[in-house]
Write a protein that binds this ligand. Structure first.
Ligand SMILES: Nc1ncnc2c1ncn2[C@@H]1O[C@H](COP(=O)(O)OP(=O)(O)OP(=O)(O)O)[C@@H](O)[C@H]1O
Length: 577
């Protein structure tokens, strides 16, 4: 499943509601930009008067007065612009914080299965790069466009008021601007979407390679990962080139449309001056206005481009909000902690079902070991029981409460899945063990570590529980990470634990030792242990044998041995001869 893109209406509604919510700040910003622009427009008028004054032979005092006024205008314009930009930055920061908090908050409430299937890279790029793009657009593009629009409007008006005849020279720019822009925009929007999706894919692919670096190295998948990255880069670069190609046509057309009016005004001005219908100062004022307009026009079009990028980024950000989150309300379980799986089916891809109707009941407190050949669907069943994925049809419940409907915070207190891959966060051992919103005493943390056989290791750490682990800190080998993860489970204290080869990275002796210790520690809890090593099956209450997405045998170790089916065969093969 790919993360969706919000449609134009949703994006515009968000922009409208957000701007409405900040209308006070927005109005102050616009007012300051408007004032700065109006003050800026007085400058050319004063210069025109100075020229006319010199031509008419006015006094030095009057010229000095006009020059002083020009200086005051310049300073006032700079101060107003500074205040306006400050307001724009503040507004941008508010909107940035809101959109980033919104997307991160929503992403944290997404069901894990959804995040996994959408790819964490895409989500990451939406929460970081796209939020930055939106920030850039709000902070830079929006105020600059506002200023540019006001400047163009007011300068145009001033120009027409100064000399309607000369102002006609501006019209020569209109066809070039309109046609080139109408050609550019419909082509650039889809291209921009491809550019962003392309870079998100590059980020995603790089992220996956780095994340799975150990697996890549172990299975010598380096070549394949590089090829995948190059493919992602290729499509990103192709989209980027297409976008640049569009710009190389559009931008020169714009440049030309700024220069042509000045030439036209000078021509009309020259003709009108010789005809005696305008003063030279008026021509200079209008030319200065025309020149003053080229900058805001240039700014306007370039910033519209940034605004368009921001708009596409906004569609990507809001797309995350359209993915339904897990339930937020705590649910009262109906008292039963029995695990009840009814005709559960599951497909990672629509066209390929991997679980074909699982029926299973595990009474609370029982230990079930799931065995079967690779690809039989054991881990997938474990993920459904842990509420990470929702069955495509059928039900996986505690009593009558669907596990996938439980909000994440509650879910982790009910059931925990432990796989062979465990993440160690770059923080202290204490923070690595403690779960959010839960305070544990040092005694509780030490007891949990002791229970999983990490007492000696804890003693060897330079700062005990405050030792910083993970990237840049004290190294934690994968097998130790598994033990730490088991300690986390003990602290989380769920009534059901799914162990998916959770001790596979430990050597045989340590694994046996730990499993024996765990048997005592997990006593009283429901344990679903997905196992490759059959030694753990002997002590289980029941064993389920899976094959090709179905449970083909279910019973105690002795019953299944006596039945002489596939379990008996697996067991016989696993015994040392
Ligand atoms: N993320 C995924 N996307 C698509 N297909 C998947 C995914 N994970 C597993 N599968 C497929 O689902 C089927 C069941 O896989 P699963 O990992 O549940 O089996 P398993 O019995 O746990 O195997 P193993 O013992 O090798 O882990 C396999 O055909 C596998 O290729």
């Amino acid at each position: 499943m790919k993360l969706p893109l919000a449609d134009g209406r949703t994006a515009r509604r968000w922009a409208w509601q957000t701007l409405r919510a900040h209308r006070g700040r927005l109005a102050a910003m616009m007012l300051l930009f408007g004032l700065a622009t109006v003050v800026g427009l007085v400058g050319p008028q004063i210069l025109g008067r100075i020229v006319d004054g010199v031509v008419a032979g006015t006094t030095t005092e009057r010229i000095d007065l006009l020059a002083g006024a020009f200086l005051v205008v310049l300073v006032a314009n700079a101060l107003l612009l500074r205040a306006a930009r400050m307001r724009a930055t503040l507004l941008g920061e508010h909107l940035l914080a809101e959109s980033r908090e919104g997307v991160v908050g929503h992403a944290l409430r997404l069901p894990l299965g959804t995040v996994e299937s959408a790819g964490t890279g895409d989500l990451l790029s939406r929460a970081t790069t796209d939020v930055d793009r939106l920030d850039f657009a709000i902070r830079n593009a929006a105020p600059e466009i506002t200023t540019a629009l006001i400047t163009v409007l007011l300068t145009g008006t001033a120009m027409v008021l100064t000399s309607p005849l000369l102002a006609c020279g501006m019209l020569i720019a209109v066809p070039l601007m309109v046609f080139s822009t109408r050609w550019y925009y419909p082509r650039s929007l889809p291209t921009l979407r491809r550019v962003m999706a392309g870079w998100a894919d590059v980020q995603s692919s790089t992220h996956e390679s780095v994340e799975g670096a150990r697996t890549v190295a172990a299975l010598r998948l380096g070549g394949r990962r590089i090829a995948r990255n190059e493919q992602a880069l290729d499509s990103a670069v192709t989209a980027e080139c297409r976008h640049r190609g569009l710009l190389t046509v559009w931008l020169p057309c714009l440049e030309l449309s700024y220069v042509l009016p000045i030439g036209a005004i000078l021509l009309i001005g020259g003709w009108a001056y010789w005809g005696g219908s305008v003063e030279i100062g008026t021509v200079i004022t209008v030319v200065l206005y025309a020149q003053a307009m080229s900058n805001p026009f240039d700014e306007l079009f370039r910033r519209l481009e940034e605004l368009q990028t921001g708009y596409t980024a906004l569609q990507r950000i809001l797309g995350v909000n359209q993915v339904p989150t897990a339930a937020a309300e705590r649910q009262e379980l109906d008292g039963s902690r029995d695990l009840v799986v009814r005709d559960a089916r599951f497909a990672y891809r629509e066209d390929r079902e991997v679980l074909h109707g699982i029926d299973l009941t595990v009474p609370a407190g029982q230990r079930l070991v799931v065995v079967g050949p690779s690809g039989a669907g054991k881990s997938t069943l474990g993920r459904l029981i842990a509420g990470i994925s929702r069955p495509t049809s059928g039900s996986v419940a505690f009593g009558r409460t669907e596990i996938a409907d439980l909000p994440p915070e509650q879910l982790r207190g009910e059931v925990v899945l432990l796989t062979q891959e465990q993440h160690i966060f770059a923080c202290t051992l204490r923070d690595n063990l403690a779960l959010p919103d839960q305070d544990f005493t040092d005694g509780q943390l030490t007891d949990a570590l002791k229970a999983v056989g990490l007492q000696e290791w804890l003693r060897s750490l330079p700062d005990g529980l405050d030792t910083v682990l993970g990237a840049g800190g004290h190294p934690v080998p994968a097998s130790r990470a598994q033990q730490l993860a088991l300690a986390r489970v003990l602290l989380a204290d769920p009534h059901t634990v799914v162990l998916d080869e959770a001790t596979s990275l430990l050597d045989n002796a340590t694994s046996r030792e730990l499993e024996q210790a765990l048997a005592t520690l997990l006593d009283g809890r429901t344990v679903i242990a997905i196992a490759h090593r059959l030694h753990s099956a002997r002590n289980a209450d029941r064993v389920a044998v899976m094959s090709d997405g179905r449970i083909v045998e279910l019973g105690s170790h002795d019953e299944l041995l006596a039945a002489g089916g596939s379990y008996a065969e697996l067991y016989r093969v696993a015994q040392p001869s």
